[in-house]
Write a protein that binds this ligand. Structure first.
Ligand code: IYR
Length: 224
């Protein structure tokens, strides 16, 4: 059945004067450039309600045909985290010792990563970001999700930004392959793990992070 378009108005839009736009652009960049991916987490728990809000922010992302093809599984249970660590390290050990081509290992060298993933148990929360490749109606029939990968990537970006905004740190972890998450988290076949976000507080304020930088504007943009 075809739904017809219904419209409302852009009532929540805000325009800012030009000078305020400049200030806001600078301040937001300054806030975002302080974000670093962290791999050493303290066990401190996250205050009630904060993650829920950050997930709602992720859910405001644009998506193909507004089908919102994402699902977030928030793992706080120690036993489930232990299972995830076990399965991830099993894959990662093979990745680092056999599967990864030399070129890939060379690209990873500046990050200092290896197959050990203690953060999967140490962090208070793991968020499995799932992409729903298709939707399933109440009667079991399927419908297509358009640009599901792009959509979930956008929502994940919103999530990372929302977490940083409240002073939490995160790690976008991609054990490969990560289908084991469907089994451990009891998610349907229509969903595929997109990535695993590790979320919490840094183990110490002076936790080590790779000494790496970002490209300049000239390197990342062309103005014509
Ligand atoms: N999945 C592995 C390897 C890895 C791959 C990339 I690309 C990274 O940016 C970082 C790590 C791991 O998580 O260690």
């Amino acid at each position: 059945m075809t739904e017809t378009a219904r419209f409302t108005t852009l009532k929540d839009y805000r325009e800012y004067p030009a000078d305020e736009m400049g200030v806001r652009a600078r301040e937001f960049h300054e806030q975002m450039r302080r974000r670093r991916t962290v791999r050493d987490f303290s066990g401190r728990t996250i205050p009630e309600g904060v993650l829920e809000r950050c997930l709602l922010t992720a859910g405001t992302a644009p998506s193909g045909a507004n089908l919102q093809p994402w699902h977030f599984v928030v793992v706080r249970d120690a036993e489930v985290k232990r299972q995830i660590r076990g399965a991830a390290e099993k894959e990662e050990r093979i990745f680092y010792q056999q599967r990864a081509p030399k070129e890939w290992l060379e690209a990873l060298a500046p990050l200092g990563t290896d197959w050990h993933k203690p953060f999967l148990e140490e962090a208070p929360v793991l968020i499995a970001v799932m992409v729903q490749r298709y939707g399933v109606r109440a009667d079991g029939t399927r419908f297509k999700h358009y640009y599901s990968g792009e959509s979930v990537g956008l929502a994940t970006g919103f999530l990372i930004t929302a977490l940083h905004n409240v002073g939490l740190v995160s790690l976008t972890h991609t054990p490969s392959p990560m289908r084991f998450l469907n089994r451990i988290l009891d998610r349907p076949n229509s969903e595929r793990p997109y990535l695993l976000m590790v979320v919490g507080y840094p183990k110490r304020p002076d936790v080590p992070v790779p000494d790496i930088g970002k490209k300049t504007l000239e390197q990342i943009a062309t103005f014509i």
